[in-house]
Design a protein around this ligand. Sequence first.
Ligand code: EPZ
Length: 419
Amino acid sequence: MQRLIIKGGKRLGGELTVQGAKNSALPILAACVLASGEVRLSNIPALSDVYAAIRIMNSLGVKTRFSNGVVTADASDISQVSVEEELMRRMRSSIVFLGAVLARTGECRLSFPGGCELGPRPIDMHLRALRQMGVVINEKHGELICESPHGIRGAVINLPFPSVGATENIMLCAALAEGETVINNAAREPEIDDLGRFLNKMGARVIGGSSGTVRIKGVKKLHGCEYSVMPDRICAATFMSAAAAAGGEIVLNGARAADLGAVNEVFRQAGCIVGEDRDRIFFSARTPPRAVRNITTLPYPGFPTDAQAPVMAMLCKAKGTSVVTETIFSSRFRHVDELARMGADIKTEGRTAVITGADKLYGASVVAPDLRGGAALVCAALAADGESCVSNVELIDRGYERIEKTFAALGADIKRENR
Ligand code: EPZ
C-alpha cells in the first residue's frame, strides 16, 4: 500500500502541463479495436486505468505498445470476443469495449461491470440501445452474452439521460453498422467530441460532436491513424482547487478554458482570478476564498460531478457557507467524513452538503475513499496546518499521473511512501 505525506500550509506557485484526459483516452483506446490497421495515440496519461484498458486490448488480440505517453495499437488480427471477468471488475468503464467488439466481430461476451464506490453503476441504457441496433443480449450468471444474428443496423436512439458511457458505446457500435444511427439527448461532454474526431480520423462518419445529437453513418471498414487526446479538464479543476485552498498563482499549460466553463465560473465566484487563453489558464487565488452559495452537479455544460470533491476541499476553507448538490451519482460524498477529520465543517443530507468554511484545517491521517475524493483530500492537506498522511493512493493513481510530482513542482512539501 502507498501513502502521501503532506506538510501543508505553503502557497502554491509555478507552471504545470495538464496531462491527457483519462475519460477521453479510455473510450478512444476501446475504439482502436474497430480499426484494421495501426493507430498511434499521443498525450495518453500513464494511469492504472489506462494500463487496465491496454490489458483488455491485449486479451482481445490487439498488438499494443505504450511508452512516453504514446500508445500504438494494431487490431488487424483481433482474435477474441470475450473480456475476462477479472479485467472487467478492475475497471467499470471497460463496458465501453462492448460496443467496439460488437461492431468489429458481431459478438461479445463480458461480465457485468461491478458497481463502484460511487454507488450502483447500471448499464440499462447501454443495453437497451444495443438491442435497438439488432444485438441479442442474454444476461446469465452476471455475464453478458451478445450476438447479432442479423447484423448490426443503425437506429434512432433517444437516451432518457445524457449518459456519457452509453453515448460512447453507441457511437462505437454504430461506426461499422449498416445505415445511420442518431443519438438524441446524447452526452455533451468534451470527451464525446474528442471520441467523434478520433473515429472520423479512422474513416468513420460521425457528426454532431458534443451538440447533444450525434449522427453516425456506418461504414464498411476503419483504418489506422494518428491522434492526440484532449487535455484532462478534471485534473485542471483539481489543481485549481488546490491553489484556491492553499493560496497561490499557477499557470496550467494545455488546459482548454472552453472545457471548464462552469468550473471557472465557480472559482470566480469564490474570488479567484481565472485568466483564459486558448490552451492555457492563468489562475490566482487570494486566501481564504469566498463561499459559493449553490453548486449543483449536472451533465455538461453544467458543473461536472468529477470536480465536486476537489472543489469541496476548497470550500472547506472558504469564508461563509456553501451548498453543494450532487445530482449524478447516489454516493459521492464519501470524502466528507475524511475532510471532517481535518477540521472541515460539513453537514450532509441525502445528495446535499452544506459546508461552513473553517479558519484553519489541520493535518490528519485520512484514507482516500475513491479517485476524486482522494484528490480532494490531497487538496485539503496542502491547505492544512501540519502534516497529513493520505493512504489508498492507488485510487488516486487511477486518474492522476504521479500527483505528488505535480504538486511538488508547484512548491508543495509532498512525498510518496511505501508502507
Ligand atoms: C463517465 O462515467 C466518467 N467515466 C465518470 O468519471 C463521470 O463521473 C461520468 O461519466 C459523468 O460525467 C469515464 O468517462 C470513464 P454516465 P459513466 O453513464 O459513463 C446513470 C471519474 O472520476 N446511468 O454519464 O459511467 C449512472 O448510474 C469518473 O473520472 C444509468 O442509470 O457516467 C449515473 O448515475 C467517475 N444507466 C448517471 O447515469 C445507464 O445505462 C451518469 O452516468 C448508464 C448510466
